[in-house]
Ligand binder design. Sequence first.
Ligand code: UFG
Length: 338
Amino acid sequence: MAVLLAGGAGFIGTHTAVEFLNAGYDVVIADNLYNSKSAAVRRVEEITGRSVAFYEIDVCDKDALRKLFSEQSIEAVVHFAGMKAVGESVAKPLQYYSNNLGTTIALLTVMKEFGCRCIVFSSSATVYGKSNPVPLFETMPRGECTNPYGWTKWMNEQIIMDACTADPELSGVLLRYFNPIGAHESGRIGEDPQGIPNNIFPFITQVAVGRRPQLTIFGDDYDTPDGTGIRDYIHVVDLAKGHVAAVPYAKKHPGAKVINIGTGKGTSVFEMVNTFERVNGVKIPYVIGERRPGDLPESYANADEAEKLLGWHAEKTLEDMCRDGYRWQTLNPMGYGG
Ligand code: UFG
């Protein structure tokens, strides 16, 4: 029996593949390589000494999924297959809705045909919207998203919840990620964004290796202790382990369940920059810029539910995240292309 990682060749998928393989599962990856590289899958094999069945297919393609399910014995699906750039989603909403909802519908359809009853979905803290106070609890109402990417997370949650209501044997675990950063400690896999990074951490690592001259901090006048935005950064390896814990839980508990995957701790942009500089002995030149439209002052999780239901909690520190992310970028200054 194997776990299918749909969209598994990307940043979070490859780290999750390593953790499933280390936990003794067989792993199948389906990915169209739209925003990822097959080299990353080979590195997963190198790190673990295990082989991965890789299907270069579009996860929206039901016939391609049917072929995969007929060739592999899939006990659970972990669904990462989606486009993820907030700004791009505003420019290309139809592509985002078509792809990100299409992958979910195709997976649920083909899973049902083949009797696979377990899906873990990569959702996002963005579904909490702007109005909830921190810390964010799973019981809080979902809010208004500010971009099509966020809405696709919101709608995919709804699709999976509705599918679970209609089919009492189906399990859906909706993992709401906070801010995944860092890299595997081997330095062989890590985040490799296309073009200018949208997110702060890959921007910092690219400044650290000289690929970019400086960081722009998006506002220092928020109502937070040092004026910069606060987020719940979580090491990608901890996040990956959350998926491994979610599969046995899902197998025992039909129905839909929402679980935050964060540390429960907020870190400001200044704290992030200072920690990165201290741990790695590098300077990160920065300027203060305007606030980025749509940004929240603060976002961090209450992470109790993950501990209670999955027996999972984050173990790695901000220092680990900074050290491991820098190691990946230093060893691979141009990502998988370098
Ligand atoms: N920031 C900067 N400079 C940058 C980039 C970001 O100062 O160049 C700041 C932001 O203003 C924010 C913090 O760094 O305060 C984190 O920003 P990121 O872009 O790294 O992360 P976000 O919290 O904005 O976005 C993340 C995910 C989204 C998800 C969102 C809400 O990337 O996919 O969390 O859950 F939708």
